[in-house]
Design a protein around this ligand. Structure first.
Ligand SMILES: Nc1ncnc2c1ncn2[C@@H]1O[C@H](COP(=O)(O)OP(=O)(O)OP(=O)(O)O)[C@@H](O)[C@H]1O
Ligand SMILES: [Mg+2]
Length: 368
């Protein structure tokens, strides 16, 4: 799958710009703060109408504008498709595929998939569990519209249940609906857990292989999906089985949740345990090991996407290639052959000699 061209209107620091891409390698260069990451953000936005930098769509509308749009022509599964997304400060965002209005962002799943690798991705290994849930959520949502829908419902229920637990002391009657919310959270949570377990099972193998290759077969990377304690081995269980075990866990924690005034049981606490040679990576890994593990996970995400839909996702590398040592650079460049890739680098730190492909120069939100 490839993005053929993109047109941006009032998107971040782009006023009204369009640009075409090479089907393989695109090197995006420019000085700091010119719009390189913004361009990757726009491409990424096509994969699920979500930004990787902000939760609020309003942030991506140019300062002083009321609305923004991203229009792109993409090729996916051998078919050209047109994606138009309109974002407004006052209305819900509108998404069109081939001119037809879509009901929700989940309709974008599978049309264009992106795997992003940026410096913040080191947090996947070192940061809190929310980083690893975000990794799963963004990756699986792109592949499975049903996952994106279940996640939306789950988050809505979670926020509501959190408000009940927070406010019941002043409004005791709201506790009456607590069990309904727990039940529904378990229903959608079971779906999330089933998908997450299956995805991690596939990423696990690919990531271990890639990490072993990059480290010259010296290191063993292991990842293990972890959910509530009543579900020891989630992979292979049906949604029904997961649902029942989730309910059991929720039941056990009901009193504690009321006492603490917080949601303590559910898929919102899931994590991925990452270890290198048997030791927890977040605690013991060196900088180089963290970098290699994060890179392996991202490249594994790309392979899983390829296995799943038979096409390589668009790989977005923001400011990372120049930070990798020669050996890892070569590894990445070898391994990305085949799909479309967009690589940003600062003017001066030129990597295009190594990568070839189209060079896109950006200055103050304009393509030169
Ligand atoms: N909503 C917005 N409206 C207008 N400008 C914005 C908006 N959001 C961000 N910008 C501006 O866009 C500019 C370019 O940002 P971007 O992150 O793309 O830079 P970059 O080229 O990736 O730089 P660096 O090399 O430092 O990573 C920044 O100066 C930022 O202030
Ligand atoms: Mg940048």
């Amino acid at each position: 799958m490839i993005v053929k061209n993109i047109e941006l209107n009032a998107f971040r620091n782009y006023k009204n710009e369009s640009c075409f891409f090479d089907p393989y390698v695109n090197v995006i260069t420019g000085l700091n703060a010119q719009g390189k990451t913004n361009l990757l953000e726009a491409v990424y936005y096509l994969s699920g109408a979500r930004s990787f930098r902000t939760r609020s769509d309003k942030d991506i509308i140019s300062h002083g504008s009321q609305s923004a749009s991203i229009r792109a022509s993409v090729n996916s599964g051998g078919r050209d498709q047109f994606i138009d997304i309109y974002i407004s400060r006052s209305e819900r965002k509108k998404i069109f595929v081939n001119g037809v209005r879509m009901k929700s962002a989940s309709a974008l799943a599978g049309r264009i998939c992106c795997v992003l690798f940026c410096p913040e991705d080191l947090d996947i290994v070192k940061g809190g569990s929310s980083e690893r849930r975000r990794l799963m959520d963004l990756a699986i949502s792109q592949l499975r519209p049903k996952y994106a829908e279940a996640l939306g419902e789950f988050n809505r229920l979670y926020e509501h249940k959190t408000r009940i637990l927070r406010d019941y002391r002043t409004k005791p009657e709201i506790l009456d609906v607590l069990d309904d919310f727990s039940l529904n959270m378990a229903k959608y949570g079971a779906e999330l857990i089933r998908y997450r377990a299956a995805w991690c099972e596939r990423v696990k193998e690919a990531a271990a292989r890639i990490h072993s290759d990059i480290s010259g077969r010296k290191e063993r990377l292991e990842i293990e999906y972890k959910t509530v304690s009543t579900i020891e081995r989630p992979f292979g269980l049906s949604s029904r089985e997961i649902f029942e075990k989730l309910l059991e866990h929720q039941e056990r924690h009901r009193e504690a949740e009321i006492d603490a005034g917080q949601c303590l049981s559910g898929a919102h606490k899931d994590d991925i345990i990452i270890s290198i040679d048997g030791a927890a990576a977040s605690k013991f890994a060196s900088q180089g090991q963290l970098r290699t593990a994060a890179l392996s996970l991202k490249l594994a995400e790309r392979e899983v996407c390829f296995e799943d839909i038979g096409q390589y996702p668009v790989l977005l590398l923001d400011d990372v290639l120049s930070e990798l040592d020669e050996k890892r650079q070569d590894y990445v460049l070898n391994c990305i052959a085949g799909g479309q890739v967009m690589i940003t680098c600062c003017a001066g730190g030129d990597i295009s000699e190594k990568t070839g492909g189209r060079i896109i120069s950006i200055k103050e939100g304009a393509f030169m």
